[in-house]
Ligand binder design. Structure first.
Ligand code: KG4
Ligand code: ZN
Length: 342
């Protein structure tokens, strides 16, 4: 009798149509179709995203099955992102997931997008030694900035979040102001390599406890740049690498301050990262040098698992299936979803 499970997972919370096939905790395929229409608008246009998901979801499922070398009727369960995310985008993935589960008569599993970002660390082969519970989870992306205590696979306690803009949004808005393509986080990261991070000074946001704030910093950067452009129209072009390095330093320093505080106050010494911003090189370098914290362990996901993907939904689905947490055909996707939901 077979004792492994094939899980087909679907992620459509924002602008990536992603489908993966897992065999228990191992990835058989992981396909991502990233929408490009949004570049023109320097941000995700929800209506366009939903329409594009609708076009791509079935071909992406077929492609993932082909790469995994299995047929749809061999799948044991369907996992999908139930939230948080854009409602139109979530509806496409959830409708397809429900239809498949219903027609194949197999379990449907609801997955929280932000929990999944951290559970990638448990995919087979990602780390030689997995994080052990409890640990600090730091989820940093275009839509979220969260610090949480991860007590077990199903229990996430948020202790800090952004009070306004997400960290990735700050990267993207500052990048757009400098004329960089959207999303700009990786471009700022690259350009900063050749820049002087101390050349321009911006105030590190001041926020209570483990919370963060990026809206004021974004505005300070914008006001500074526009003022200097009014004096010299070539200011951005002539100073781009230093501007990138300087704003990146402050964005990351603000986060690092909060992480240090969280380590200090919780006593947890494993820092586990997830989300698109977690591949930032300056963040990595800074985290490696927190000598004042004594001994600690860092877990950064491999680059392909930092941004949105369906393998992370599959691994979360695997744990839920193991635990008998089966979803419901009547559940509607949730654009806003507390981290505690599991
Ligand atoms: O997790 P993700 O793919 O999507 C969301 O759920 O938001 O994260 C995308 C975000 C974007 O804001 C992008 O600019 C940022 O991650 N990002 C980076 C880097 N690579 C992607 N930010 C800073 N440095 C990077 N290397
Ligand atoms: Zn995400």
């Amino acid at each position: 009798m077979r004792n492994y499970k094939y899980i087909l997972s679907i992620e459509t919370s924002c602008d990536d149509t992603a489908v993966a096939v897992l065999k228990d905790k191992s990835i058989l395929s992981n396909v991502i179709y990233s929408q490009s229409a949004h570049k023109l608008y320097q941000g995700v246009v929800p209506e366009l995203a939903a329409r594009d998901h609708q076009k791509k979801i079935l071909p992406t499922i077929n492609h993932a099955l082909e790469l995994a070398k299995i047929k749809i009727n061999q799948v044991h369960a369907i996992a999908y992102t139930v939230g948080p995310g854009l409602i139109g985008s979530l509806l496409v993935g959830s409708s397809v997931a429900k239809s498949l589960a219903l027609s194949l008569k197999i379990p449907l599993i609801e997955v929280h997008h932000m929990q999944a970002h951290l559970l990638v660390h448990f995919i087979k082969g990602v780390h030689q030694k997995e994080p052990t519970f409890p640990f600090l989870g730091i989820t940093i992306s275009g839509g979220h900035t969260q610090i949480a205590i991860i007590k077990d696979v199903f229990t996430f306690q948020e202790i800090g979040t952004t009070l306004d803009d997400a960290i990735g949004e700050c990267f993207d808005k500052c990048g757009t102001l400098m004329g960089l393509d959207y999303p700009s986080g990786h471009l700022i990261d690259q350009l900063s390599q050749n820049g002087n991070a101390d050349r321009f000074q911006f105030p590190i946001p001041f926020t209570p406890e483990f919370n963060l704030s990026y809206s004021g910093l974004k505005t300070a950067f914008k006001n500074f740049v526009l003022q200097r452009v009014s004096e010299d129209k070539n200011f951005i072009e002539n100073n781009k690498v230093d501007l990138c390095a300087s704003i990146q330093r402050v964005i990351i320093e603000h986060l690092i301050q909060k992480i240090k505080r969280a380590v200090d106050k919780t006593g947890l010494r494993q820092m586990v990262f997830g989300g698109g911003v977690s591949c930032n090189r300056f963040l990595y370098e800074q985290c490696k040098n927190l000598s004042e914290l004594g001994e600690y362990t860092l877990y950064f996901p491999p680059k392909q698992f930092t941004t949105d993907n369906a393998a992370m939904i599959g691994i979360a689905g695997y744990f839920k299936l193991q635990n008998g947490q089966i979803g419901n055909l009547n559940t509607t996707p949730k654009p806003k979803l507390e981290l505690a939901h599991s």
